[in-house]
Design a protein around this ligand. Structure first.
Ligand code: GTP
Ligand code: MG
Length: 217
């Protein structure tokens, strides 16, 4: 019985996700669902993306999902871009109805890219389609090189994986080759970027990838 209930919830989510997808496509907007552990650097990657020269001239908006506080929404609003904050009220992930409400508050005719920062969590957000164009996982060096193996679903579904905090690699026993090889085994199609939001290393390649997805959509 419980399995049936869960299936119904996901079916209802997927129906709204399809509406979100249609709304985004109608407006020619690329939405990117940014997932990853608490503290991996999702907000930092969003900040770096918005200010990346490769995306100059594009209009980027942000949807910020958080269980508590508006800290991340405030950080991004400081960049003078449209930001919608979703307070999930304890939920460990964003779902399609929440994102639909947020999308309706944005002027999508004026946007090229919408970055959706999901709740910090390597498990639950993977289950919920938001209607996004692309799914991205931000992982980071201090979390350890075994994350692809331990939390496979999110990495399997990702269109791109951003390995962040490369500047800290000397302080951790992080095997970057192993991380990348695990990702290639699990999801050979995923684009991979090793970056540091601290130094800006690798951000250009990541921003170029976003621009290429826009050109394709
Ligand atoms: N050294 C270093 N620190 C980083 C880097 N990227 C982010 N940080 C720091 O890591 C901490 C968490 O970064 P956030 O961007 O807030 O992480 P988040 O994934 O958005 O966190 P939640 O929204 O709480 O899940 C902050 O103190 C950042 O300054 C990096 O590339 N190098
Ligand atoms: Mg954040």
């Amino acid at each position: 019985v419980q399995i049936k209930v869960v299936e119904k919830i996901l079916a209802a989510n997927d129906a709204i996700a399809a509406q979100n997808r249609q709304l985004l496509e109608q407006n020619g907007v690329l939405a990117i669902n940014i997932m990853g552990s608490p503290g991996a650097g999702k907000t930092s990657v969003a900040e770096r993306t918005i200010t990346a020269p490769a995306l100059g001239g594009l209009s980027v908006a942000v949807i910020e999902g958080d269980i508590a506080t508006r800290y991340d929404a405030e950080r991004l609003a400081a960049l003078d871009i449209p930001v919608v904050h979703i307070a999930t009220g304890g939920e460990c992930h964003l779902d399609a109805p929440m994102v639909k409400q947020a999308l309706l508050q944005l002027d999508l005719t004026a946007a090229d890219v919408v970055l959706i920062e999901n709740v910090g969590n390597l498990v639950c957000p993977a289950e919920y389609d938001l209607g996004q164009g692309k799914k991205v996982v931000v992982s980071s060096v201090p979390e350890g090189h075994d994350k692809v193996e331990k939390y496979p679903l999110m990495f399997r579904l990702a269109d791109a994986v951003v390995l962040n905090k490369l500047d800290t690699i000397d302080a951790f026993d992080f095997d970057a080759q192993r991380f990348e090889a695990n990702l290639k085994d699990l999801n050979p199609e995923a684009a991979f970027f090793a970056v540091s939001c601290r130094t800006g290393q690798g951000i250009e390649a990541w921003a170029d990838w976003i621009r290429a997805q826009l050109a394709r959509s």
